[in-house]
Design a protein around this ligand. Sequence first.
Ligand SMILES: Cc1cc2nc3c(=O)[nH]c(=O)nc-3n(C[C@H](O)[C@H](O)[C@H](O)COP(=O)(O)OP(=O)(O)OC[C@H]3O[C@@H](n4cnc5c(N)ncnc54)[C@H](O)[C@@H]3O)c2cc1C
Length: 466
Amino acid sequence: MKYDVIVIGSGPGGYISAIRAAQLGSKVAIIEKYPTLGGTCLNVGCIPSKALLDSSHHYYDAVHHFEEHGISVEKPSFDFGKMVDRKAKVVETTTGGIKYLMDKNSIDVFEGVGSFEDATHIKVTKNDGSSEVIEGTNIIIATGSKPSTLPFISIDKERVITSTEALKLKEVPKHLLVIGGGVIGLELGSVYKRLGADVTVIEYAPTITPAMDKDVSKELTKVLKKQGMKFNVSHGVTSVERNGDEVVVKATNKKGEEVTFTGDYCLVSVGRRPYTDGLALDKAGVKVTERGMVEVNDHLQTNVSNIYAIGDVVRGAMLAHKAEEEGVVVAEYLAGQKPHIDYNLIPGIVYTWPEVAAVGKTEQELKDADIDYKAGKFSMRALGRSRASGDIDGFVKVLADKNTDEVLGVHMVGARVADLIMEAAVAMEYRASAEDLARICHGHPTYSEAVKEAAKAAWDGKPLNA
Ligand SMILES: Cc1cc2nc3c(=O)[nH]c(=O)nc-3n(C[C@H](O)[C@H](O)[C@H](O)COP(=O)(O)OP(=O)(O)OC[C@H]3O[C@@H](n4cnc5c(N)ncnc54)[C@H](O)[C@@H]3O)c2cc1C
């Protein structure tokens, strides 16, 4: 069988790339080793984690916030099994939707492990050991990533777990130890904290979400502490031992002292590694970096001219929307178009409550690049909308060029900022100034008024409601 494009991996990078290539007239095949399509994102990532975050958020609200709205519920309770079942149904519906899209776009789906025979032939090995070889003029590697760990930690998938197991536990932990205060650790930590677990986060860096703007990390630490999460930053984990139903984590703090943490589960969320196992890249001569990423140029083309790679398996943020954009770019490039991605405008989001969202440069990045900037900040508590809902934590911060007023970065903590951040991304795509944003009429009362006010604070230093 001969195809114009063969995509290996059906995550958001792979399946979107397959659809775009088919839309542009190519004959396309996609290979996925698991029975369901959608990759990490749909099966064990974005979608199931958000389903559990939403369920646990409803419960938390019932326990902690209904009363202030005048609603009495006699001792709210939850059925964890039902929550997990609901999550599984959400995943099933969503992955089923991808199968529908493949059929709709006449994309041939092959179930099995794809591996290179040479630069144009891919062997698909099924679960039962049988195999077939298909030929592609162009190949797109979209094999994603897997959770990484530390060399001395043995993940037993029962008590010492990764995000994959944390999404399908049979019980709510009594005390969840979370190694790594990044996005995944904080989101899954939030789920279990809301459901009554003690949650202790152990982070090597001096702040949680270390790559984000420092003000954001500070505010997020403050609000999550208020919710009862415990944080131990500047702690380097040295060992993780399981004793029966107990997990003991030892770490060294800033002063060089050994600190011991004991819990019943330990989530290891120290990042993810690009996944190329089983691809036999050497047979096609495709180069990978020392860290195992497939090497690509600006067109996401590998050193072998007809082989491309996208998403988590290449450099850059490990995010579903980044993978999708790259999938579109490669498909359009192959069709002779001139697509483009602005990697500076890929939003970063944490789905805790309040949510966190950012786009563009942090203050630290602007300082490091010697860019003269001004900052405008507006607190969520000053908004009528926030007071009406009771979601008063957080802020919006707009960073703009001191000379041109161009918006260079926007950082937010607050209710629904995961959706709000796109206003900033659109503005920055069109190189808006802080004044532009400040002069746009925003609906009232909305959380988005904080963007207008922060922009005005950055532009002329005079927010109206503060
Ligand atoms: C708990 C969690 C929460 C997350 N939440 C978010 C979020 O809210 N927003 C966000 O943007 N990102 C989130 N992410 C990250 C997101 O899931 C990834 O960035 C995204 O899935 C990467 O897409 P991809 O297409 O590159 O790879 P993947 O989604 O990893 O898909 C790769 C696919 O390739 C298949 N494959 C691998 N090798 C082969 C082979 N040889 N043959 C055939 N098939 C193969 C795999 O089975 C897999 O299905 C989250 C991740 C986790 C773990």
